[in-house]
Design a protein around this ligand. Structure first.
Ligand code: HEM
Length: 400
């Protein structure tokens, strides 16, 4: 799609500008120096603070900033029906209960139980790549993208054979849907219909189910069962929130290792460093940008924000702020102090962070054990997706 060139990133930024999508960090650094709260009239008007301090301030201020819609584009309140996906679209006081319902399924213990299954899956994908005999493979397409979707499908208790549909939904909601509202809405409707079918089938079948859909159906809030709208919205969120994000993180981490042989060799020699390296990959390649809607007029960094305005929360920008990180543009896989914001800040901080970390740990460990010498194909054209979730959609590598 043709896009009007940006006249000034402080007053006319475009989060879909292809160069920005591929590398937004020079823009963040420039804005931090001269205009730390940027504005644009594009996409219906948006603010974009780029310092950690301002982003943390907004996530902490639920009196002035609402999560009622968290998409970086799309309808605002009063512009038609908005999808509810508790707890991500819930404000206090409803938020706490909607979040509490999910927490046990994502606790460290629950995630630990999923580790063997995730490892088997990673190994199966590696066997498939080996058996194909291909020397060059797309690590994003043939490896990274499959792990999160199959794990969350298992957790939800829906058929793994539907994998391609889930991925297609995530892409239509979080990628194409940002440019083309109708595509996103149609996909969201299909996801809700899909889960409605699963909920109804469980109601008709007395056999007990042990999965996340069953947990949502059995959960209570203030002594009453969750409404169907709540159950379907949360199931939608879990499916969509976990796919694109972790796929992007595994993809960026593999891309980094495919282009930085010294880091790759070090992790092969010192696999105990992988958890620390993962935190650094999450910091520098943070995939997620969220949004808030201003509830009541307020100011951030001296900028007047009005009720109804959309404010972007660029966690990737927060993670490169020199006020918080020493040499933020450097990737140090042994960085010890690393309080990054890739999983968000405040009450909406990611519920799936334990799961995402485990998936990254398994994915990188198994890949490095299988292909210790992999490297990016020379001259490869990398394709990035951006907007809500930023990540490489193709990482063509030589296996060694
Ligand atoms: C590397 C992977 C991931 C990243 C970077 C990530 C990032 C985030 C961020 C930034 C938020 C905060 C949203 C906000 O402030 O509005 C969030 C919330 C959330 N994430 Fe994740 N996420 C990841 C993986 C997952 C996975 C695997 C799941 C579950 C399957 C998940 C489920 C959720 C849920 C349910 C929330 C809403 C929490 C709330 O509103 O209280 N995420 N995530």
């Amino acid at each position: 799609m043709e896009r009007k060139p940006v006249s000034d990133w402080a007053t006319d930024f475009d989060i879909f500008d292809p160069e920005f999508v591929a590398d937004p960090f020079p823009v963040f650094a420039d804005l931090r120096e001269r205009c730390p709260v940027a504005h644009t009239d594009r996409s219906g008007g948006q603010w974009m603070p780029v310092t950690y301090e301002h982003i943390a301030e907004i996530t902490a201020d639920t009196d002035h900033f609402s999560s009622v819609t968290v998409g970086v584009t799309g309808r605002k309140p009063g512009e038609g029906a908005i999808l509810t996906a508790p707890p991500i679209t819930s404000d206090p006081p409803e938020h706490a209960g909607a979040r509490r319902v999910l927490l046990p399924s994502f606790s460290p213990k629950a995630v630990e139980r999923l580790t063997p299954l995730t490892r088997d899956l990673a190994r199966r994908l590696i066997v498939e790549i080996r058996e194909s005999g291909d020397d060059v493979v797309d690590a994003a397409d043939r490896y990274a993208r499959h792990i999160p979707v199959l794990v969350i499908a298992t957790m939800l208790g829906v058929p793994l054979e539907d994998e391609e549909r889930f991925t297609d939904w995530a892409v239509r909601v979080l990628q194409i849907g940002l440019y083309d509202l109708g595509v996103g809405q149609a996909a969201a409707k299909e996801v809700l219909e899909y889960f409605k079918g699963h909920v109804e089938a469980r109601r008709a079948d007395p056999a007990p189910h042990e999965d996340l859909i069953a947990d949502l159906m059995a959960a209570e809030l203030d002594g009453a069962p969750l409404t169907d709208r709540h159950i379907l919205g949360s199931a939608f969120l879990l499916l969509v929130a976990g796919i694109d994000t972790t796929w992007s993180s595994i993809g960026s981490s593999l891309l980094h290792l495919a282009t930085h042989p010294e880091d790759r060799r070090r992790l092969v020699a010192e696999p105990e460093l992988i958890p620390t390296a993962i935190e650094e990959f999450l910091r520098v390649y943070a995939p997620v940008t969220m949004a808030r809607i201003v509830k009541e007029d307020t100011t951030v960094g001296g900028c007047p924000m009005h009720a109804g305005d959309r404010v972007l929360l660029s966690f990737p920008a927060a993670n490169r702020d020199p006020a918080l990180f020493e040499a933020p543009e450097e990737v140090r896989i042994d960085r010890e102090v690393n309080r990054h914001a890739a999983f968000g800040l405040g009450i909406h901080r990611c519920v799936g962070s334990n799961l995402a970390r485990m998936e990254l740990q398994v994915a990188l460990t198994e890949w490095l054990a299988a292909f210790p010498e992999f490297s990016l194909v020379e001259g490869a054209e990398l394709e990035w997706t951006g907007g809500q979730t930023r990540g490489p959609r193709s990482v063509p590598v030589h296996l060694g």
